[in-house]
Design a protein around this ligand. Structure first.
Ligand code: PMP
Length: 365
């Protein structure tokens, strides 16, 4: 073995060596429908104004670590209840990792739980923090299997349950009463993290319910609203709980350029919300068109993507790839997702290109 191979086997944890990379496809030259981004840029006049603000940003100093102005804008514009604040992350990915790090323990294996299939970072962050991940399968229609969730909570006593609302990759909203039953079952022994990455499209939220449940954390991101490039996530919870998570957060995790861009975007949040409304209408139109295709099943979605079952997801993805359309093949991710693909809702032109390429991939009857 070479020096580096020895070094790696002597130092890097076996479970880290065994795991694959978080795969991000090279999208150059493709219609990119794999990552639930907003296809619409900021309008030109706002981009010019943002450019001027960024030019004035102080780059030779560290960010002002309290992030006071940005936090206040988030609280005021995005519906954080009075008495609650937020902490910020380099995307909600970082917040998931902070939650896992703060809850994994040395004295016993902590369990982090989520209904599955779920966003893959829940399991990866749990693993890297040294916690066990327990996934509780959804029902075949992707609703929450409440009895199974309650039984798993009683058995494993999880420190954290992640509930994505709407869920990725299935796109649906769980029944709110089922969510409350999970939050209440966790009680004082577990934190319920409601991940509302797709809230701009779902337009329903647990944020106003924070005062009802002291063990509730509501996590969101600006990524899906149109700012995936700046990497800004935030989570709200009871101040005493946030204070604990804040200790684990790297001190200057949100950079100055992100801070300026996020504050600017929040000053113009109505522009982003209008884009989200446009994408919601496009989702309805795209779902209707897909439902007409033979052998295609479209699942209900409250997010900016659709989960679709096709006759053969490997074949469909290969065909779409050949047509320079990048989507996500979910067929191998979980048994409940057999032959499923996930596509981001985009502009009318890109949605049509996707439809045409998908149609070409279907067997002709
Ligand atoms: N949560 C869910 C459910 C997601 O689907 C995603 C992104 N795909 C994230 C969190 C992470 O978002 P970001 O790191 O861009 O804030």
């Amino acid at each position: 073995m070479s020096f580096l191979e020895n070094l790696i086997s002597n130092t890097i944890r076996p479970d880290v060596r065994a795991v694959g990379n978080y795969h991000i496809a090279d999208a150059s030259g493709f219609i990119k429908l794999d990552s639930m981004e907003n296809p619409y840029p900021l309008p030109d006049h706002l981009r010019a104004e943002l450019g001027a603000r960024l030019a004035d940003a102080v780059l030779n100093r560290y960010p002002v670590a309290a992030y006071g102005t940005l936090k206040q804008k988030i609280c005021a514009r995005l519906g954080v209840p009075d008495g609650y604040s937020v902490i910020l992350g380099n995307g909600s990915d970082e917040l998931i990792s902070i939650i896992a790090m703060a809850t994994a323990r040395q004295d016993r294996r902590a369990v982090i739980m989520a209904p599955v299939p779920a966003f893959v970072m829940f399991a990866r962050s749990a693993q890297f923090a040294g916690a066990d991940f327990v996934g509780v399968p959804l029902r075949a229609d992707f609703t929450l299997d409440l009895p199974a969730m309650l039984a798993a909570i009683a058995e494993h006593k999880p420190s954290v349950v992640f509930l994505a609302y709407p869920n990725n990759p299935t796109g649906n909203l769980y029944d709110a009463a089922d969510m409350v039953a999970v939050i209440e079952a966790l009680g004082e022994t577990g934190i319920a993290v409601v991940d509302e990455a797709y809230e701009p499209f779902a337009r329903t939220s647990f944020m106003p319910r924070l005062p009802e449940f002291p063990n509730l954390v509501v996590m969101r991101t600006l990524s899906k609203l149109g700012l995936a490039g700046i990497r800004l996530g935030y989570m709200a919870a009871a101040p005493a709980l946030l204070e604990q998570f804040d200790k684990v957060r790297p001190p200057y995790n949100v950079n100055v350029l992100t801070q300026v861009a996020a504050e600017f975007a929040l000053d113009h949040v109505e522009v982003l919300n209008a884009q989200a409304a446009l994408l919601n209408a496009a989702r309805t139109a795209l779902a209707a068109r897909l439902a007409e295709l033979p052998g295609v099943e479209v699942f209900p979605s409250a997010a900016n993507f659709l989960l679709i079952r096709v006759p053969d997801s490997d074949y469909a993805c290969a065909k779409l790839f050949a047509h320079k359309v990048l989507i996500k093949n979910m067929g191998k991710m979980h048994s409940l997702l057999a032959d499923c693909i996930r596509v981001t809702v985009s502009t009318p032109e890109e949605n049509s290109a996707f439809l045409d390429a998908l149609e070409a991939s279907l067997p002709s009857y």
